[in-house]
Design a protein around this ligand. Structure first.
Ligand code: PRX
Length: 651
């Protein structure tokens, strides 16, 4: 939690959109929003059907929303193609020469793709995938840096009905292996490496290590990005550029007709228990939801240059770098590389160079950039900006004010967007021309969304009383399944309150109906906005040969929001040394990824456990934070453990 999070609770300032912004916006006033919202809730099917009419359908749906039993089915009977809606439809509407993607690489290389150029590349790659005998419903794992081939590969999958599963380039071999095996991917698209902060990330090496344990994978297509020396396995590995230039690879490919509820992609995300879960999104509902949210929340206009700084390996990149922007015919900027590379003005140089108008980033990035001082953004022209956004965690008022004053020059509304991998798109957010903003609050629900805050017994909380954040009605972008694990789906999301989606966050609602997100209620840690499960990190620590047991808890971090604090007990006879500590931390980085590295690791002889042997994380959290508000610890098997750990805590 950010250091000044408690002040969020007392935040009273309100920022209204300027007349100029509202006058030109899609939704121009709070009254207009309220009217639309009311209608959307009274008759959701009518509301979503009207919106769905904006998309291209091969065949119109029969039913907007499935029956009670299958309440999560949207637009059944309809035939649609997501890639067609992102490319062909825009071309048919005269945007063939409009830039779809602007790409800037860390090393300064740039490339742009118009809608028709992108369609040509995507069609070619669809044909490459077909040539490798992939059929509708097969899974393709994409493990690439932020390069255009990533967009091309995912759109090519969507064009011919393959299900993509993108793994963030910051994950290493063991995490990759779990994700590949869970969905039995047949083919991998990767690269010889990627650039980050001047260093090369060895993506292909990670793939080679992972594939020792992935029998389903038959082919690996490798993009040449770094001229990095890698080994290519005979009959398994081939180069992307070779495949694309084969004479038999045609540059047109028909987009196939998909059923509305056919799978589009799987994206793995962390939860309470061990392995990450494969969140499944389907075609029509997901597309419609990202289309409509992108249009209204980012208030998109034809001449906008839109930049979302997320990585496509996370849901934000799927929904708001690719599918949302492209289905709206927008120009979306993709940046590969470090936030401050080579200098802390990299982001602001990009804004200046491309005259970015809409900028969407994470609080962790804002805090990191704020630390370098105002001189970096002030030296660049940011006057093209008209709208700012944040996502991934709560934004503390100090960072919010800096973003508003220094980056937005007090002109730009900030949309603080609350959502999750599972929700497909943004659920709680201001509409920039309509909603008065309170710094730190994600404000009000998007039309069609019915959030509520509940007590343990399912009753509604009072004004400002914290509770479980839930969504009471289905919406088109919601996840449809946890891949091959229906029980986990039911239990995680619908197990606590009947027919009600449990978000896993706590929140409160103020007197104006504004939502304030307070943090996770489960064992998920948000490190720099990235979602990590404690159980997953712990299993990687325990896989080190010297370790007997491990427990990780979040601690507040000024930049990253939260960081990981690990308590580790060693196997009998092994000495706790600084070198061993470093080795365990590197072991986590090598196997899971650098993002999961504990920032502090404390060796312990014993961990606080109940008499039945359960580790009491609540107590460990207090020890790590140094707050010592343990509550009742009488149930501990050995309460003296607490004092011992307290003494050795790493400050
Ligand atoms: O805890 C909430 C936090 O991020 C979680 C979802 O993480 P993930 O699935 O990785 O998706 C992140 C990007 C959509 C949520 O359960 N979160 C996300 N946005 C916000 C937020 N917390 C506070 N304010 C937000 N705007």
């Amino acid at each position: 939690m950010p250091e000044d999070f408690t002040s969020v609770l007392k935040e009273k300032r309100i920022f209204k959109p300027s007349k100029e912004f509202s006058g030109n916006a899609h939704i121009k006033s709070l009254q207009e929003y309220k009217k639309i919202y009311k209608k959307s809730i009274e008759n959701p099917e009518k509301f979503w059907a009207e919106k769905a009419d904006q998309l291209h359908w091969f065949k119109k749906w029969k039913k907007v929303l499935g029956s009670n039993k299958d309440f999560f089915k949207w637009f059944e009977g309809g035939k649609i193609n997501v890639c067609y809606n992102c490319l062909d439809k825009n071309i048919a509407e005269g945007k063939e020469n409009k830039v779809a993607i602007i790409w800037e690489a860390e090393d300064g290389q740039t490339k742009t793709y118009t809608y028709s150029e992108l369609l040509q590349e995507v069609s070619k790659f669809s044909n490459v995938l077909k040539a490798h005998n992939l059929k509708k419903g097969d899974r393709v794992c994409i493990y690439l840096p932020m390069i255009p081939e990533l967009a091309i590969a995912m759109l090519a999958c969507a064009r011919i009905g393959l299900i993509h599963s993108i793994v963030f380039g910051g994950f290493s071999s063991e995490s990759l292996k779990d994700r590949i095996n869970d969905c039995n991917a047949k083919l991998i698209v990767t690269s010889d490496g990627g650039f980050r902060n001047g260093k090369i990330i060895p993506l292909k090496e990670n793939i080679d290590r992972a594939l020792k344990g992935c029998p389903s994978v038959k082919k690996v297509i490798v993009v040449k990005r770094c001229k990095n020396k890698i080994s290519m396995k005979k009959n398994r590995d081939c180069w992307f550029h070779d495949e694309m230039s084969k004479p038999k690879i045609d540059d047109t490919c028909k987009a196939i007709e998909m059923d509305s509820e056919d799978p589009l992609f799987i994206l793995y995300t962390s939860g309470t228990t061990g392995k990450p879960k494969g969140v499944l999104h389907t075609q029509a509902g997901y597309l419609l939801y990202v289309y409509q949210t992108f249009k209204w929340i980012f208030d998109i206009r034809d001449d906008d240059i839109y930049w979302c700084t997320a990585d496509i390996g996370w849901i934000t990149g799927h929904s708001y770098i690719i599918y949302g922007p492209l289905s709206n015919g927008a120009t979306s900027l993709m940046y590969e590389g470090g936030l401050t590379y080579p200098h802390p003005d990299r982001f602001w140089r990009i804004v200046e160079k491309y005259k970015v108008t809409i900028f969407y980033t994470a609080p962790t990035a804002i805090r990191a950039l704020m630390r370098y001082g105002d001189k970096w953004p002030k030296a660049r022209s940011l006057k093209s900006l008209r709208l700012l956004g944040t996502v991934g965690e709560s934004i503390n008022p100090k960072a919010w004010m800096w973003y508003y004053n220094i980056i937005g020059n007090k002109r730009c509304p900030i949309v603080d967007t609350w959502w999750q991998t599972e929700t497909g798109g943004i659920l709680i957010t201001p509409l920039p021309g309509a909603t008065p903003i309170k710094p730190g609050s994600a404000t009000l629900p998007f039309p069609g969304i019915v959030p509520e805050v509940l007590r343990e017994n399912g009753s509604k909380t009072n004004v400002d009383e914290g509770g479980y954040l839930v969504i009471k009605k289905p919406w088109p972008g919601m996840l449809r399944a946890v891949w091959h694990n229906p029980k986990r789906y039911e239990k995680t999301y619908f197990g606590k309150f009947k027919n009600t989606y449990l978000a896993g966050d706590s929140a409160r609602k103020d007197k104006d109906g504004y939502f304030w997100i307070m943090g996770r209620i489960d064992d998920v840690i948000k490190v720099a906005g990235h979602r990590l499960g404690t159980a997953e990190v712990e299993s990687h620590i325990v896989s080190h040969k010297a370790v007997a047991e491990a427990a990780v808890v979040p601690i507040p971090d000024k930049i990253k929001g939260q960081a990981i604090y690990a308590f580790v007990t060693l196997k009998k006879g092994i000495k706790a040394t600084d070198n061993l500590k470093k080795d365990i931390i590197m072991h986590v980085a090598d196997n899971m990824g650098h993002i999961a590295k504990p920032s502090k690791l404390q060796f312990a002889d014993d961990l606080p456990k109940t008499r039945s042997g359960k580790i009491m994380r609540r107590v460990l959290k207090e020890i790590a934070k140094g707050t010592k508000e343990y509550g009742n610890i009488a149930t501990l098997a050995d309460p003296s453990v607490v004092k011992i750990l307290e003494k050795r805590v790493i400050k």
